[in-house]
Design a protein around this ligand. Structure first.
Ligand code: NAD
Ligand code: MG
Length: 360
């Protein structure tokens, strides 16, 4: 098992990464205020892992209530959030009860937001079960639900007490979800970790084959990168925006096609290639660099071209991105492989050319 610390002063917390962690009550117990937890999961993850987690906790004398939510991003909404509160109140959970989110990013984001709100804040623990959640959404304290008018629009910054990433849970993850998680893993290498990017070039097939040792390493390095960025800029005033490489183009793809058509990581991969094309036009990357990125995503079974929505539509959708500030499109681009940069002055003609270069 590997352990990292997210350095956030009195809200610092550990991330444990390894095999068989669902069976290890001693990792969870030190973080509970009382011997009571409320587990939030969904109807895909629950049948696979809820009983195991519950017996681990109950064997250690912890009383565990639970709620099983319907699976899917479409249920990351108010009525579903309310089901968490219904359970917490029906079970008479207290402010000292710990909420445990067991699942992917949807369960983690909703569970975290519920924990931030219930009785003005109860402690919570993340047990992420997708690669994306293990390397990205469970770390950093962003919690939210969707609004019909916008994704993740209702939420809070709220840090967990502990993140427990049991890589054995990835054994049941659909291949497409594994690839989507790898898009965010590759992102960390591209924006700030050239050494890790080199490691990925050598080990991508091991990750695709779910080699445990390779997974633990990739998750650890990804979390370390994210934790460093978050510790330096918790509420996204500056550097944290680097984590959005490929995301402004990617959101245009997700929204343009209708949510759910492409997975987030797939849209981020194609979006990253657009950002790379633009970086090339600004003279920062050469064509070999762009091809290098494309080859890596292809090995991860990810798309390296966006859908043909039309450039106008891309631009329109990108203008609605959360990252637009005072009407100015601030894009995350690449100064070099392993070095992201936030740039607000890319010429429109270059943005158009970059999108066109990467549409099917
Ligand atoms: P998800 O939670 O929908 O999980 C993907 C699918 O895999 C779901 O069907 C899920 O039930 C299933 N699943 C989960 N674990 C499994 C397992 N071990 N075996 C088999 N199936 C399993 O999606 P995700 O990609 O994990 O997360 C996406 C969500 O995360 C989005 O809502 C996004 O907004 C959010 N997110 C948040 C942050 C953040 O900083 N808070 C960052 C990135 C993404
Ligand atoms: Mg993302």
């Amino acid at each position: 098992m590997r352990t990292l610390n997210v350095a956030l002063g009195d809200r610092a917390y550990p991330i444990h990464i390894g095999r068989g962690l669902l069976d290890r009550a001693e990792l969870i117990l030190p973080h509970l205020k009382t011997k009571r937890v409320a587990i939030v999961t969904n109807d895909v993850v629950g049948p696979l892992y809820l009983d195991r987690l519950r017996s681990t906790l109950e064997a250690a004398g912890v009383r565990a209530a639970s709620v099983v939510l319907p699976d899917g991003e479409v249920h990351k909404d108010w009525p579903t959030l309310n089901r968490i509160f219904d359970m917490l109140l029906a079970e008479r959970c207290e402010r000292s009860t710990t909420l445990v989110a067991l699942g992917g990013g949807v369960v983690g984001d909703m569970g975290g937001f519920a924990a931030a709100c219930y009785q003005r804040g109860m402690p919570f623990i993340q047990i992420p079960t997708t690669l994306l959640a293990q390397v990205d959404s469970s770390v950093g304290g962003k919690t939210a639900i969707n609004h019909p008018l916008g994704k993740n629009m209702i939420g809070a910054f709220y840090q967990p007490k502990l993140v427990l990433a049991d890589i054995d849970t990835l054994a049941t993850l659909p291949a497409r979800e594994l690839s989507a998680g790898l898009a965010e893993v590759i992102k960390y290498g591209l924006i700030r970790d050239g050494e890790f990017l080199g490691w990925l070039q050598h080990n991508l097939e091991r990750l695709m084959a779910r080699d445990p040792e390779a997974l633990v390493h990739a998750i650890e390095v990804s979390c370390r990168n994210k934790a460093e960025v978050v510790a330096a800029d918790e509420t996204e005033q500056g550097e944290r925006a680097l984590l959005n490489l490929g995301h402004t183009f990617g959101h245009a793809i997700e929204t343009g096609l209708g949510y759910g058509e492409w997975l987030h990581g797939e849209a981020v991969a194609a979006g990253t290639l657009m950002a790379a094309e633009l970086s090339c036009r600004l003279g920062w990357l050469d064509e070999a660099g762009v091809e290098n990125i494309a080859a890596l995503f292809e090995r991860a079974a990810l798309p390296v071209r966006g859908p043909k929505l039309g450039v106008e539509r891309y631009l329109e959708l990108m203008a609605h991105d959360k990252k637009v500030e005072a009407g100015r499109l601030r894009l995350v681009l690449l100064r070099a492989l392993g070095q992201g940069v936030i740039h607000g002055d890319a010429p429109q003609a270059d943005i158009v050319a970059a999108i066109e270069a990467r549409c099917r």
